[in-house]
Design a protein around this ligand. Sequence first.
Ligand code: HEM
Length: 522
Amino acid sequence: MSNIIGKTMDSLIQALQPLSMTLFFIVPLLFMLGLISRFRRRLPYPPGPRGLPIIGNMLMMDQLTHRGLAKLAHKYGGLFHLRMGFLHMVAVSNPEMARQVLQVQDNIFSNRPATIAISYLTYDRADMAFAHYGPFWRQMRKLCVMKLFSRKRAESWESVRDEVDTLVRGVAANEGKTVNVGELIFSLTSNITYRAAFGSSANEGQDEFIRILQEFSKLFGAFNIADFIPLLSWIDLQGLSTRLPKARQALDKFIDTIIDDHMQRKKDRNNGSDEANTDMVDDLLAFYSDEAKVNESDDLQNSIKLTRDNIKAIIMDVMFGGTETVASAIEWALTELMRSPDDLKRVQQELAEVVGLDRRVEESDFEKLTFLKCILKETLRLHPPIPLLLHETAEDAEVGGYYIPAKARIMINAWAIGRDPGSWEDPDTFRPSRFLKEGVPDFKGNNFEFIPFGSGRRSCPGMQLGLYALDLAVAHLIHCFKWDLPDGMKPSELDMSDVFGLTAPRASRLIAVPTKRLICPL
Ligand code: HEM
């Protein structure tokens, strides 16, 4: 027996000998040639400020805001490069470069960057917003677009209408008094998303949930040296090693209880056919599976199976994607109108003519409210709620004759692009009537001069719902009420500065005094 094996081995070795000789010489040769040709072919990085050894441009960290990057773009152009420790960053600040990365080469530029904190808090990218582009993301996106954010999901739209009604009643109750409009608007949008996600039965926990969200938000933005120089991960200045697990445990405890309640309710329903008034947790539970371990590498084919982690992470996407974005747009629209009394007069006149002062605005009126639409577009141009779109390259790429390495963080500056002097006349001025002209860019994603919702594969899946809430809230607030600034403040004295985070809301809340404008009861 051993003889036979020995002979077989001998002949196998003989047969392989020429092959192994070839491999011995050819493979290293090919490798060397590959390296040399790549080295020769390698294009330069896009221009950018010179960095220091190892830390690169980390001393410029405070300039990584929409305003800071726009300033740097004046000096280095529409595509420039920074190196933060070991991380390459590329800022995109003009429409043509945005088209290159969001359309022409979108297959390379559609991944998402995530810090260590974000990966941890999204259960290792178990959501849609931070999942890399691929089969898992595609399935999650399909689920969100077709089930959660779809126009067919009437409950979300209904929660917008109900909460706007509550807001109008709240403002009416404070007629003639100084009202913190910004705070009311933030409660409006967090009520909308909270109700759409968990249903109205979970109302008691809302304050606690907002506290959890606030800590998540801080952790998402916290500086962590390990994201840039992994060797220094032991320096934990922000106490992330304890704060991260604590934050995720708080979320687990909160949402697990809600999921358990929903599961119990589902069991209690006789045959499960009672579909009335389902919330997003109900809709997601229809895809729940105990065993499925869904992660990025799984090819889900056509079956969507969600774990608890997926459900929690998607709910967080909805809360983060749909709350501050919409609130910031509503507050900026009202602020710009208070600062521009002629435009406020004109849009209120339009509302009086189209709707009349004897009733509230209805959805069917929107089509005829042309100037209101211009106001909202102009607001999104000057104040895109997500000023920097964050993408990551899946592989090495070439843009405009420059080299961009794989895993580079791409920051598409939607704020700077909306104010690009090459595309917009008098770009920093609020002038809604510019949108009355023929051929002005629109925000649906085909015009790279105006991308408040992004464009292409990673563009906003909640756009319709977000626009509905924005339209309805602004229309109601300016149709139902006349607004004055407090204490004789002049429109020109309004603070127009913003703060930078995932979104860019006003630095200070809008305060104003409402007076009832309609003759019908509110
Ligand atoms: C005025 C309102 C809104 C604006 C301006 C806005 C804007 C954006 C932008 C700029 C992006 C990133 C695009 C990119 O990276 O290229 C985005 C992504 C996203 N938005 Fe919105 N959004 C709004 C409302 C909403 C709402 C209401 C929801 C959900 C209820 C939502 C959910 C999301 C999600 C989940 C993503 C990630 C998509 C992905 O990565 O595939 N957004 N949004």
